[in-house]
Design a binder for this molecule. Structure first.
Ligand SMILES: Cc1ncc(COP(=O)(O)O)c(C=O)c1O
Length: 366
């Protein structure tokens, strides 16, 4: 098995292969908020640790009401899940699309799930000449008549680009007319400078063909908690998704944490500020380098292309591991070659260190 699995940096594997204790590694490949878990979540879980002796509320009513307040969506449209992953899987299982399109390069789970459900997948390539920004008109002209489902990640992993809500509505209107379901994965939406400009949540009541998936792993820095949610205004679809879901798949600590995290405004504000500042700083610095191309990002991670032909993404990855830093060799994403890298923004000092080492490897060939 290659050192990088489909999901990027595997800390345990890297620890074993390179003999570096995993707590010494700085992970720029996980796209997780560098602030770490909020004190409110921590305190709430510690205070309620005895709840482990109970089952969670199988309808997750209180959790759904908290998500409803956060998203401004009717709680009846909300279904909590074991991470965004469970909802991606359940929605695809429910629709069981014969023929799907994934806007690519993108997150690998969509294609895996569709294939597990015996569907076929076409990948629509985002164009590098357009800086990987979706041209909705061009995409609509690409959609074959027999398409049942379209999947987009917004902002998109790994390109960081995002589709604005007015373009998304053009696509949704077309798909509604053609009976095509649209799944939008908004796992990274809170990292954008303007959720209102990019999130499709405001369209949920008007488009019953729309299923939005969100996670908490990245923005709230809780990948181990496994909490996500789906949003859909079609009751029949939600009932069908629910009927395929195992009861209590969201554990009691995830449900308790979910009741405090979405109203933790101080943490939310602080995260947005750090990411927004670091995004500007890092992009500005990278734009002055001659051996890379930078793609503008709306998210908390960045895709770059190495223009220096003397070095590949795999070689940069290994040289960075020697410095105890994990970045994502993006060569195994569709349509990207062995000269693309992705990394996320961490704390200012860590980003500074990352840039220093990357510069010496890519710009100075050290
Ligand atoms: C686009 C995207 N969606 C979903 C996930 C998985 O999210 P979760 O941990 O909430 O299941 C990831 C993880 O990397 C991701 O990048």
């Amino acid at each position: 098995m290659s050192i990088i699995n489909a999901h990027g940096g595997d800390l345990e594997l890297i620890e074993r292969k390179y003999n570096i204790p995993k707590n010494e590694l700085i992970n720029f490949s996980g796209n997780v908020n560098p602030l770490g878990i909020s004190e409110h979540i921590k305190k709430s879980i510690i205070k309620n640790v005895d709840c482990i002796c109970q089952y969670p509320d199988v309808s997750y009513l209180s959790l759904r009401k908290n998500i409803s307040d956060y998203t401004n969506v009717n709680y009846e449209y909300i279904i909590p899940g074991n991470g965004a992953t469970e909802l991606i899987s359940l929605f695809i299982k429910t629709i069981s699309p014969k023929s799907s399109i994934i806007i690519s390069p993108s997150y690998s789970e969509y294609e895996r799930e569709i294939k597990l459900n015996n569907g076929t997948v076409s990948l629509y390539p985002l164009k590098e000449k357009d800086s990987f920004i979706l041209n909705v008109e061009d995409f609509i002209s690409f959609i074959p008549n027999d398409t049942n489902m379209i999947i987009l990640c917004n902002p998109n992993n790994p390109t960081g680009t995002a589709v604005c809500v007015s373009d998304m509505e053009i696509l949704l209107r077309y798909c509604l007319k053609k009976n095509i379901y649209v799944m939008i994965d908004e796992t990274y939406i809170e990292f954008t400078d303007s959720i209102e400009n990019f999130s499709s949540v405001s369209l949920i009541s008007s488009y019953k063909n729309l299923f939005i998936v969100r996670g908490t792993a990245k923005f709230f820095a809780v990948p181990g908690l496994r909490l996500g949610y789906g949003i859909c205004s079609d009751k029949k679809i939600l009932d069908a998704v629910n009927s395929k879901k195992d009861p209590w798949s969201v554990n009691i600590f995830a449900s308790i944490a979910g009741e405090v995290m979405f109203s933790d405004n101080e943490y939310i504000k602080k995260t947005k500020k750090i990411i927004s500042n670091e995004r500007k700083k890092v992009i500005n610095e990278l734009k002055s380098w001659k051996n890379i191309k930078v793609f503008e990002t709306e998210s908390n991670f960045l895709l770059i292309k190495i223009l220096n032909k003397n070095i590949t993404s795999d070689e940069v990855f290994k040289k960075m591991i020697a410095k105890k830093m994990i970045i994502r060799d993006a060569s195994n994403f569709a349509f990207l070659g062995n000269n693309y890298l992705r990394f996320c923004f961490l704390m200012p000092e860590q980003n500074k260190m990352l840039l220093t080492h990357l510069k010496s490897i890519i710009e100075c060939n050290v």
